[in-house]
Structures are given as C-alpha cells and as structure tokens.
Design a binder for this molecule. Structure first.
Ligand code: SAH
Ligand code: SF4
Length: 382
C-alpha cells in the first residue's frame, strides 16, 4: 500500500524573516548557527569566533567578505542569515563637528544617536536606549514624545555600528580611532530597559570586537533606585545620576520619577553601587535652569547632600528646544555655582553644549516622525 500526500492542500510554509546576526550576543550567535544547521555543536566555538570577529572587529555586512571561512559555509550562512544595518533617515553634522543620526529601526520606530568628537582623548557616542521616554522630565525634549518603545540590544549595538561605519573606524589603526567612549545619554531611560542595555554592553565591550572597555561606558539614569545594584553587578558600567535638584519638592517637579524614588532613597542606592570608589566615581548631572535651581544656596546644599560619596559633578547648561518652559542660567551664575562646588573639592566641569545648532545636545533629541506629525498638526491649524 502506498500513501500519497495531497500537495494541493498543503499551504506554502511561510519562511520566517532571516535572523540578523549583527546584533546577537556570543551565546545567541552560537545558538543561531547551530539551529540554522550551519555548524555542529562541536565546531560551534571556532566558527562562532570567526563569524564574531568579522562582524564585530571588521564590521563586515556581507558574508562573502569572510575569507577565512570555506565558500560552502559562507553560502550556507548567506542562505539562512543576514547582516544588516537599520536605515539612516537623516545625518546632520554640526559646525562643531558633532554628528547626529536619525535611525529607523522599523517603520515609525525611530531614535537618534550623537557622536561628540574630542571628549578627553577621543570622542564619545551618545546612545539611545528607548524610542521616546515615559518619564516626562519637564526640561527634556525627549520626554515630550508620545511614542515609546524599548530598543533591543541589536538596535542599541546598531547605533555603534552605524557610527563606526561613518567614522571609518573598522579599518583605522587603534591609536587613530575616534570613538573611545560610550554614554547612554540619548533618548530613553536605560534602567527601564536594563536587559537590552546589558546585552548590548556585552557585545560592545567584547575584546574580540569593538572592545570599548566597560570603564569607558557610562549609563545615565534619572534615578531608578531599585535597579542600580543590578546595573552595577550585571554590567560594571560607570554610573551617572541626573540629580538636578537638592530637595524633593523641586525634584518632584523637574524629574517626576522622584515622587517614586525620592532623593534619600536614590542616594542610598548610589552609595551601595557596586565598585564605587575614588577611582570609579559616580557622576552627578545637574542641569542649570535660570532662577529655578541655580542659586549659591543650592550649590552649598548640593555639596552637603553628596558628602562622603566618591563623586564628580557635571553642570549642564540647559539646552533649549522649541517651546521649552525654561531658560539656561547666565554664564556668571553657572561659574559662581561651579566655584562653590569646586571649593568643596569636587571636580565640576561645565559641560560645553555641543551640536546645539542641529538639536543634538543633551535633552534635545526627539524623533523625526514625531516632529513631522507635530508640524503637520500645526500646518492643519493655520
Ligand atoms: N534618561 C536618562 C538618560 C538620557 S538624558 C537620564 O535622564 O539620565 C541625558 C542627560 O541629559 C540627563 O542628565 C538629562 O537630565 C539631561 N537633559 C535632558 N534634557 C536636557 C536639556 N534640555 N538640557 C540639558 N540637559 C538635559
Ligand atoms: Fe527621559 Fe532622561 Fe529625558 Fe527624563 S531626562 S524625560 S528620564 S530621557
């Protein structure tokens, strides 16, 4: 007896979208290669090491370029996987050399990243961890954006890959590299997306790849106190805290998350941050808002508040954005504030605004789709 299969009724199997290998962690890459049948579990280690190097050390986006891998294996890889970058919707370069990319990760899912040249010995890349932000700090443009979604680790890593493509970093000799530091200070609250941020850090800091040391990666948070220990233990990142006020009444207003985790609770979590020492200080960010938080009395209160914490204080002149309800403090007021903080023994650099002309400075980021929707709304109302 023979069985026949009625092929006319079988639906064509929908082929799933091929996996993009460019944003996987090492264990995920190994699992994908084994599952895809490209490599046996026994040979996975060596093959993963080779593929990893091509992706993360040399930045290739074409399997054909993986010349130490047999042609047949390259063909099998290309058949099952892709190596892709998300689309760059816009690239702007400021008069001061700052570069901003608006990236579309999926239709309507857009975020910005910013390269700031010459921060210390090399430049810094400011990464977004979310599209938009749920936290609505009153001085921050990102917080006014309605659309919010977490970025995946792959989408965070893609921001680094796009910057390295643009800066021709993959082929540059290490002493000529311009991207030496990473800061999670773009769009979003990184501690609301800790798993993806931590996986992205595993990929970016891997010695056989981009190899940016964890000590050169800073995560800035508006103060999600209960996540600080997990951040330190899981990532070893340098910590920055967006403080901006010295009393709960004002901080409740500027950083609404303070109502959930008030200053005392936040500072207790900072004191317990894993690895905190004089060699690994926490940075306190303090945005200078004219007539709001910039008095000499507040500078003295800040010093008292941080007593005993190995800290740096980073004064950020407020960066304006269309419709913002604040003004930046005067230069003399900022200097007077800095002098008080300095006298108390804290390094207190005033962060020079960079890329203001292309709305690339701290707190000015906001995605284009949102801006266009807003301008379309305005156009309808005229
Ligand atoms: N969500 C995180 C990281 C992104 S914001 C956080 O809040 O820490 C990075 C820094 O820019 C924060 O210190 C934030 O308070 C600051 N910032 C936001 N808007 C700003 C603005 N308009 N001018 C200056 N700094 C701003
Ligand atoms: Fe979000 Fe940070 Fe902006 Fe606050 S300052 S709204 S936490 S991105």
């Amino acid at each position: 007896m023979s069985a026949t299969i009625d092929l006319s009724r079988a639906k064509p199997a929908a082929r799933p979208a091929p996996v993009n290998l460019a944003g996987l962690t090492r264990p995920q890459l190994a699992a994908a290669l084994v599952e895809g049948g490209v490599v046996t579990p026994a040979a996975a280690r060596m093959r993963v090491g080779q593929v990893w190097g091509w992706i993360h050390k040399y930045g290739v986006t074409d399997f054909a370029a993986m010349t130490n891998i047999a042609k047949s294996a390259r063909a099998a890889l290309a058949d099952r996987f892709v190596l892709e970058r998300p689309r760059i919707l816009e690239r702007q370069q400021s008069v001061d050399g700052v570069i901003k990319w608006l990236i579309a990760f999926a239709p309507g899912i857009e975020a910005e990243s910013v390269f700031i040249p010459d921060v210390g010995r090399s430049g810094a890349l400011c990464l977004s961890s979310q599209v938009g932000c749920t936290l609505n700090c009153t001085f921050c443009h990102t917080g006014t954006q309605a659309l919010v979604r977490n970025l995946s680790a792959a989408e965070i890593v893609a921001q680094v890959q796009i910057a390295r493509d643009d800066l021709a970093e993959w082929t540059a000799a290490s002493r000529e590299r311009r991207l030496g530091n990473i800061v999670f200070m773009g769009m979003g609250e990184p501690l609301y997306n800790l798993d993806a941020v931590a996986d992205a850090m595993d990929i970016i800091s891997d010695n056989e790849g981009v190899a940016i040391s964890r000590r050169r990666i800073t995560v800035s948070t508006s103060g999600v106190a209960p996540e600080l220990t997990a951040l330190g233990e899981r990532t070893g990142a340098m910590l920055a805290i967006s403080l901006h006020a010295t009393n709960d009444e004002l901080r409740d207003e500027l950083v609404p998350l303070n109502r959930r985790y008030p200053i005392a609770e936040l500072l207790a979590a900072v004191r317990a941050y894993p690895g905190l020492s004089n060699a690994r200080r926490v940075t306190f960010e303090y945005v200078m808002l004219k007539g709001v938080n910039d008095s000499p009395a507040e500078a003295r209160a800040l010093v008292r508040l941080l007593a005993g914490i190995p800290a740096k204080i980073n004064l950020i002149p407020f960066n304006p954005w269309p419709g913002a309800p604040y003004e930046c403090s005067d230069a003399r007021t900022i200097e007077a504030f800095a002098a008080i903080v300095n006298r108390a023994g804290y390094a207190s650099p005033i962060r020079t605004p960079r890329g203001r002309d292309i709305l690339a400075a701290c707190g000015q980021l906001r995605s284009q789709s949102e801006k266009m929707r807003a301008s379309a709304r305005r156009a309808r109302h005229v």
